[in-house]
Design a protein around this ligand. Sequence first.
Ligand SMILES: Cc1ncc(COP(=O)(O)O)c(C=O)c1O
Length: 688
Amino acid sequence: MKTIVFTGGSSLLAQSWIRQEQLHYNYILGLHKRQLDQKRFKTVVFDYDHPDQLSVQLQNVKADIVINCIGLTSVEACQENPKLAQKINVELSKNIALACAISKVKLVHISTDHLFDGTLPFANEETSKSPVNNYGKTKDEGEEVVLQTNADALLIRTNFFGWGPAYKASFSDQILKNLGNGITSKLFKDVYYTPISVVTLRDTIERLLQHNAKGVFNVTSNERISKYQFGVMLAIAFGYPAHLIAPISIDEMTDLTARPKDMSLSNHKLSVFLNASLPSIERQLEDLKEAKKIGQERMVIPYGRQDVSEKDIQSIVNVLRSDYITQGPTIQKFEQRVAEYCGVKHAYACNSATSALHIACLALGVKKGDLVWTSPISFVASSNCALYCNADVDFVDIDPKSYNMSPAALEKKLKEAKAKGRLPKVVIPVHLSGQSCEMDKIHSLSKEYGFKIIEDASHAIGATYKGKPVGNCSYSDIAVFSFHPVKIITTCEGGMCLTNDTELSNLLGRYRSHGITRQASEMSKAPDGPWYYEQLNLGLNYRMNDVQAALGLSQMDRLDEFIEKRRAIARRYDELLKDSIVATPKQHKDTNSSWHLYIIRLKDNTQITHQQLFEHFRAAGVLVNIHYIPIYRQPYYSALGFSKEGFIEAEKYYQEAVSIPIFPGLTMEEQEKVVALINKPMGYQNLF
Ligand SMILES: Cc1ncc(COP(=O)(O)O)c(C=O)c1O
């Protein structure tokens, strides 16, 4: 993921840009004087006075792009304090442009529509500049020094509207505030411009960056309207009476510094360059309204959520329109894709991970009288798969740091089992939340005690262990992924078994599909004809279909992006929660998690209870969850004779753990809300 540094991180543009932003980029806010009361981004105090220092700082934070939002934007302030205007709008622009050139960081310099005398509409990038006041003059000079200093810079001339931060109301914020209070706003009927919403501006700049644009671009709407007309459109869009917007003439404001009457810019160059036209202002105002609604509606934040794109949907539609919708070619493509990603020989897509676990047990010959061990901190499917085969199950206590099956507890239990003469046939380590178990240790125990290994990697596609992808079966016989919607990638419901063993591969293929083979080499006799198949085992119909596989294949294109986003969210939680009442998840040095879950644990000395914390989240609309109730506590298992005896760590975990939201579409604002609930739990302040 690329890193964008905002110089002028507290500016209206930077703040409204990141407000609804999902994790497309890492953001770093360059601050100067204002101490932002928010912890959701890394903030850096940059040395804007010394380009050399600044370039080192940019390299240190691994900046890919700098968006320079620094500016003294008040026309009156620029007029009253020309030295300051010169320093901020010209000198700092030059220093930043130079630092970016030295450190080879792409610069986006935010300029203005205030560069012309306002006698002609729709100035284009070639129109010669004719500023009428000191603001315009210094911004003009700023542009020139940037162009001279940094040939690669992208200069954006714009005039935007959006939701500003609490400390800085935007033009539209002020009008809406007045409208909300029934106060009339007087707006110029004879000052024209081409305003653009921050969301459209942001998307457009991102596209310009993707096309490696440089030089000057007007990024404005197609329509030239007066400030008064804008106010009326805003009132209508938000359902307020338009009469609360009153027209006045700028000519009546004799004590104001001279301003251009027409600031409209032509976006012709932009439209041609991107081969696209920008949405109407009316449409952008709808988006502004929507952005507010999203902010309010997404009060409910789930712990996990699928991310299905238009491209994903299109790939499903394509399969639905094709000749094969059940067992067509897409399944194999999906299987091959996952196998290649993991570096494993064979992969079998199933209709769920539960099915995949079941056939994994069948392929390993698990049957009545056999014993299968797994982790108690898992979903019930991890042990049910053995019960389906009429085997017996037992659980191995967890490691207090990783919450995965403890190799030490496993070894102890194996010694005892050996003494009793009842060793497990199969052990199923579960990579909880996407962090791999210590597979090297479990693998060497399997050699010593002679058991087989199924990795329940339901949470872990995209994770690595000792630098290799989880699922490559270097330390196991079979590995299993889940593609349930809350998991890393989804096929709606779905799962997959992976193995390097040819024998097991054949068995998995058969058990998935009625126990039937179509391979002559496996048959008991020579085929009667091309239609011939044989049923060799009592198999099941656990197949995935092509429609699901199409979604899976398309999601595989996005797997690395999903993992990056999840890791970025986890890193941010780690940082934001490091001094809080909860312990953040510890990572073993050999693992790089896929972060299906982010599990916090209440620290020992906190006075709030687990239940209070859980209810507190839920009451605030944050749909946290507990992963998992120890399986031995389920009534079905109690009836089999299980109790909590002997599971000290699993029990302690169950009293403390909460899974907080993590999914690719989680916005920074939402993440901040989750963190705020932990750092300042309303209603429980007296307890801290
Ligand atoms: C650890 C684990 N194993 C197995 C499963 C079963 O997965 P599926 O829903 O794809 O059958 C889940 C699902 O939540 C799981 O979390």
